[in-house]
Design a protein around this ligand. Sequence first.
Ligand code: SF4
Length: 375
Amino acid sequence: MFSATDIVNFLACRHLGVLERDAAAGKRDKPFSQDPSLELLRELGIRHEQNYLHNLGGGKKVAMVQIPEALSWSDAVAETTKALHSGADVVYQGTLEDGTWGGRSDFLVKVEKPSALGSWSYEVVEAKLARSARANAVLQLCFYSDILNKIQDVMPQRMHVVLGDSKVESFAVASYIAYFRKVRNDFLRAGQAPANTYPEPAELCRVCTWFPVCDKQRHMDDHLSLVAGITRNQRKHLGARDIQTLEALGNLKLPVLPKIERIGEAALVRIQGQALLQRNGRNQGKMIYEILEPIEEEKGFAALPPYQLRLLEMSFSISKAMIMPSGQESSTSWARSVSGMVQARVPCTSRSGLLTLLPRSKPLKNSSRKCWIGG
Ligand code: SF4
């Protein structure tokens, strides 16, 4: 059975589905990871849901049915169907199933639109901690609305997200359902097609259980994504010219003729220099860096006011969110000291790479010199 998360993940990373399929078939082991920040997010999410429940009905009594998590899947589905037929005002943690598809929605809220259930029907409400509704949330709402359509024999008119600041954003189901069904069909087709994917870095990698596996593969392949600051598009166009590895990019002789499509001269010089520096650092087995001058005063973090720079430096020092499961920082290509006018490219993306540069600046309490990082 597939869930809304499977479809959302499929959009974020095609490789993930392949790994999951292999794991389900016993062809590979799934890494075990325990991320305390995810547990914290889960707790905050539950509190957010409770808060929404508490404020539902604006002081009036609401007939709410909660489907206990402890129930078996089939019992939870049966209890949800029973609650929908009984006309409960709200079904919390309703468990919905339609053949291949199934999942637990946050809330199913009764509206006065007749359906096969009676003179009422239901719409889906999901609680999200974000401040604005993301595409993922809308796909998830479509997923549950489509199953609900089968149960009540009428498509819900709207679907809703309760945001982190308690505002509710509503969407017309008819505006999104066709796109959702296309994505869902693509997902099914991809599951039947031969696996031909690569672990291209994606935003999802930050929280993905498979990160150690994918990261190892990229390092084994010396994949271009290891070059700090390189974009996916640049990788694609370099690949079309058979430049597939960090080593190959570092060895590239400039200028390249004919020009590489869609990579400007300055960008090519920058990523080639970065690849060369990383390759040299790797070969020499030590952190090396290169001073870049002149500094561009109004670019990147240099455009931020001082108090934001301080926050940035502090968050770098204390934030675990920037640390990948392997212990690596997210992409960091240079470090700079504002008044010291030092900008440098570091050969790797690790915290230790940055720390080799920090002694060039005075500590944070000296506000005349500050250090920060950027990619
Ligand atoms: S770690 Fe990244 S590339 Fe690998 S499966 Fe997860 S999201 Fe995809």
